[in-house]
Design a protein around this ligand. Structure first.
Ligand code: KIV
Ligand code: ZN
Length: 514
């Protein structure tokens, strides 16, 4: 039987470290459920010591997600590790992932510790973690730029203390495929007890080589776990993309000879959920999950695909979860049809009340739009689930807006502030500008708008627009997403969603900066 390649998803931890990608507990839970449905082996649910919010999210995921191992990151100190273990307690199977930097640069400049102190702290951290679980992962941060002799000494010590997974991060995305693969192979050859641990890779994409580095380390270095994120989400240029490594190993089984347990039909739903939740839009030409990944524009290709699919297609769109943009429901569809379609899409709402509210939103949309696609349904559900769980200071009510050639546009936005209705009015350079100023005329947030983008959820002029707004204030960056048939209303909703996330009490530690 072929070896198994373990898929370790860190969308909810390393992915969330991406500025603006922070998620609420409910959003994380929804993504964790989707990762479980996709049969991810290990879900890194967060960094428990970073904030009460992260602790709560890990605890909720540990209580409700049973088919995947649930993991929390922890710096190599007793306090972080105890906090991680506490959050993970309700899980059926859990892992503590502890780390400390081992490169000369990080030890001297960031940690201000000597190599001996780091060696000792790593060893003691793993020893401490052993009292909570047998499933311990250790990462030497900036491993790919660490001194080989020192790295091997540390790894031998932590394995002797009980670490069962050794993860070698390319923290700054500096590695190249053959060098990184050789590093993993040499570590495995030189560390005397390396056979007692599974070797894992964790690559960042600063030079666009995260997937290549991870796959090289698997094929040539003997790594058997890849750490990755949905859509490659992550700080700077992101992490290794889950969909790309999974489909590479599945499609080229002849080359890799490895088993992956992932249900690939859940990949596109996961991609859409993560993108809608975080506001990080997927580029159209992104492998596997981009809107154009299976589109054949040229006549020659179309002809080839129609005659024999494998002339130009190495994967089948339906195998990764693309459904042909089906018109699934319409104005006359009832609650049962809506519920059934949700089940077919693998969407579980938490309560009847949420289902009723989502159905009401669906009816509202169906009154304005003749054809409702799966994408519309997913967006409705996503918005409903957020509205049902997240604390919202501001809530959109209605918008009226006037623009005419030669005149300065004017907008009037009605919204609630802690339940009380208020109205903002303003002129602006365009309808969107006027709308955002109208909101600000009542809120005075002092936030800076650093990104505004619009996407169509489906094809055609009847499509709903999905707007992402990114705001920055006092060093914090947040994203808000809003959808509506009217893109100006979608903009107002997105802006309000971002304002709701600016709450300073949501502040949390970055594990690698502190
Ligand atoms: O990139 C990195 O080094 C990390 C570690 C904390 C595993 O994310
Ligand atoms: Zn990382």
């Amino acid at each position: 039987m072929a070896d198994k390649l373990i898929i370790f998803d860190t969308t909810l931890r390393d992915g969330e470290q991406s500025p603006g990608a922070s998620m609420t507990k409910e959003e994380k839970l929804r993504i964790a459920r989707q990762l479980e449905r996709m049969k991810v082996d290990v879900i890194e649910a967060g960094f428990a010591a970073s904030s009460n919010g992260d602790f709560g999210a890990i605890q909720a995921i540990a209580s409700q997600v049973k088919d995947s191992v649930i993991c929390s990151l922890a710096r190599a100190n007793d306090k972080d590790i105890a906090r991680a273990a506490e959050a993970l307690k309700p899980a059926e199977r859990f892992r503590v992932h502890t780390f400390i930097a081992t490169s000369a640069l990080h030890m001297e400049k960031k940690l201000r510790m000597t190599p001996e102190q780091v060696y000792e702290q790593a060893r003691l951290a793993v020893r401490f973690a052993r009292q909570f679980t047998d499933d311990i992962e250790f990462s030497p941060e900036d491993g790919s730029r660490s001194d080989m002799d020192f790295l091997c000494r540390v790894l031998e010590a932590v394995i002797a203390e009980g670490a069962t997974t050794i993860n070698i991060p390319d923290t700054v995305g500096y590695a190249v495929p053959d060098g990184y693969a050789a590093l993993i192979r040499q570590i495995r050859e030189r560390v005397p007890n390396s056979d007692k641990a599974v070797f894992s890779v964790h690559c960042h994409n600063d030079l666009g080589m995260a997937v290549a580095n991870s796959l090289a380390a698997v094929k040539l270095g003997g790594a058997r776990q890849i750490e990755c994120t949905v859509n490659g989400l992550g700080e700077r240029a992101g992490n290794t993309s889950l969909e790309e490594v999974v489909m590479a190993v599945k499609t080229r089984r002849d080359y890799f000879g490895l088993e992956v347990g992932i249900d690939t039909t859940q990949i596109v739903p996961a991609s859409k959920l993560v993108s809608q939740t975080t506001g990080f839009v997927v580029q159209p030409n992104k492998a596997v999950v981009g809107a154009n990944a299976f589109a054949h524009a040229s006549g020659i290709h179309q002809d080839g695909v129609l005659k024999a699919r494998d002339t130009y297609e190495i994967m089948r769109a339906e195998d990764v979860g693309w459904s042909a943009n089906k018109i699934v429901l319409g104005k006359l569809s009832g609650r049962n049809a809506f519920k059934q379609r949700l089940q077919e899409l693998g969407v579980a709402l938490d309560s009847e009340a949420e289902l009723n509210a989502a159905f009401a939103r669906f009816k509202e949309l169906a009154d304005r739009k003749a054809e409702i696609f799966d994408e519309d349904i997913l967006s409705i559900v996503s918005q409903e689930a957020s509205a049902a769980h997240d604390h919202e200071t501001y809530r959109f009510v209605s918008l009226s807006q006037h623009s005419e050639t030669g005149e300065r546009p004017h907008a009037k936005v009605v919204f609630t502030v802690d339940g009380s209705e208020t109205t903002g009015q303003a002129h602006g350079n365009g309808p969107v500008d006027a709308t955002l100023h109208a909101i600000e005329s009542r809120v005075n947030s002092g936030a800076e708008l650093i990104l505004y983008s619009v996407n169509a959820i489906t094809a055609g002029t009847q499509a709903q627009g999905e707007v992402t707004v990114r705001l920055a204030k006092a060093g914090r960056i947040v994203n808000g997403v809003g959808t509506d048939l009217d893109i100006v209303a979608a903009s107002a909703k997105a802006y309000i969603a971002a304002l709701n996330k600016l709450d300073p009490s949501a502040e949390k530690l970055n594990p690698q900066r502190s």
